[in-house]
Design a binder for this molecule. Structure first.
Ligand code: AMP
Ligand code: GLY
Length: 421
């Protein structure tokens, strides 16, 4: 099969490597990809939002399967355009991807179908929103822009004044553009967070092994929220009992709810959960693999990913068994100095060979460029250094041993992946 991966981050590199393991994959392209993906797939220079460009390329190159990995093109209907052109594509259509693209939609869905989540109110008016946080008079309180905001549209206000400032910055100053025309204000929940990605064909849902993201920039969960500084799988808090509870109260009800709304979800649905004292609750849905969750979940996948993609597209997911490697995986993100604020690009990276592999660990490239035989930084998150082992300790040791061999000016990474609460 000729396969086209769409996207350019560490998640896409992990997907590319997994697809390459399939005997069915004879030719693999990635658009636009990055410096590390170039060693595994043929890069195609098409902008990630150019859905018509992607389809044109797919037609010319007899693509049998297109895999749309990032949130923006999914929300923008790239899968719809592939389908209209008769090209098989993995990922939800725009109507289903709205579960991530609009927090107002997802919160209302959960309320309507009794799926456990934080209590909330929706506002399209600054004064009313401010009045509400003042009358509630509780903190912390959470203010969220409705739309996609590169994962940054969530503000945890520690005081009522901070909440008022957050409302103004989102709704008046348009800090996140039109994403902030509507906002959700919700109750602050506490408890360990768990990421569960699930394959679903719209009828059947098969959760993958669990994972835990470390979202803050610095050790001990200090500093700003980032796209993710590292992950482990499995998540130590996610017991079999909790998994069953989530299946009954969250996963199946969500799939059913999307069907009832006439928006069957096909692809990978990401459940961002919080294990609160009152049971597991949904913090957010994503309409795609998480990044860097994919980097620890996919290395544990034993079953052919191409077979799974086909089963999802053909709505035959219940027919296949999905198998996983026991043990654990860990991913340490090496980021550019300054990330998640401003950072330099184009800094040479030392210690990678051309395949980017170090002593049995796998290095997924997130933001790199390959030029004249050398790798350079080209983004905030640069590399996801990952290892799988029989247990978490060994996976972490292996990943950190590999991190030690990789150098670039200003590189920063967390030293406590897998160790925090
Ligand atoms: P989101 O983009 O919705 O995943 O939010 C980013 C992060 O903000 C989450 O991973 C949580 O750590 C935190 N967060 C979001 N909503 C809440 C909430 N209601 N209570 C506590 N923390 C939250
Ligand atoms: N790691 C969180 C996300 O992919 O949204």
């Amino acid at each position: 099969m000729n396969i086209l991966m769409i996207g350019s981050g560490g998640r896409e590199h992990a997907l590319v490597k997994k697809l390459l393991e399939s005997p069915k994959c004879t030719k693999l392209y990635c658009a636009p990809g990055n410096g590390g993906i170039a060693a595994d797939a043929e890069l195609v220079d098409i902008n990630v939002m150019d859905k018509h460009g992607m389809v044109e390329f797919a037609k010319k190159n007899s693509i049998d399967l297109a895999f749309v990995a990032p949130d923006d093109p999914l929300a923008d209907g790239m899968v719809d355009v592939f389908e209209a052109a008769g090209i098989r594509a993995f990922g939800p259509n725009a109507k289903a991807a709205v579960i991530e693209a609009s927090k107002v939609f997802s919160k209302n869905l959960m309320k309507k179908y009794n799926i456990p989540t934080a209590k909330y109110e929706v506002f399209d008016n600054v004064e009313k929103a401010i009045q509400y946080v003042k009358s509630e008079n509780t903190a912390p309180i959470v203010v969220k822009a409705d739309g996609l905001a590169l994962g940054k549209g969530v503000i945890i206000a520690q005081t009522v004044d901070e909440a008022v400032a957050a409302i103004k910055s989102i709704m008046q100053d348009k800090k996140f553009g039109d994403s902030g025309n509507n906002i959700v204000i919700e109750e602050f929940l506490t408890g360990p967070e768990v990421s569960v990605l699930a394959f679903t064909d719209g009828k059947c849902v098969k959760p993958m092994v669990s994972s835990k993201d470390h979202k803050r920039a610095y050790d001990n969960d200090e500093g700003l929220n980032t796209g993710g500084m590292g992950t482990i799988s499995p998540n130590p808090y996610y017991t079999d009992e909790i998994a069953q509870e989530c299946m009954d109260t969250i996963f199946k009800p969500t799939i059913d709810a999307m069907n009832k709304e006439g928006r069957p979800f096909k692809g990978c649905l990401y459940f961002g959960l919080m294990l609160t004292p009152n049971g597991p609750k949904v913090i957010e849905y994503n309409a795609r693999f998480g990044d860097p969750e994919a980097q620890v979940v996919l290395p544990r996948l034993k079953t052919d990913l191409v077979d799974i993609c086909e089963a999802v597209i053909d709505e035959k997911l219940s027919d296949i068994d999905i198998e996983w490697y026991d043990g654990a995986a860990a991913c340490v993100v090496m980021a550019s100095g300054g990330y998640p604020l401003s950072y330099k690009k184009g800094i040479e990276i030392f210690g990678l060979d051309q395949k980017g592999q170090v002593d049995g660990a796998v290095v997924y490239h997130a933001g790199t460029k390959f030029e004249n035989g050398k790798y350079y930084t080209n983004g905030g998150r640069v590399l996801g250094v990952t290892a799988r082992a029989d247990n978490l300790d060994d996976a972490l040791k292996k990943a950190y041993a590999a991190v030690d061999k990789i150098k670039f000016d200003g590189a920063h990474y967390r030293k406590d992946i897998g160790k925090t609460k």
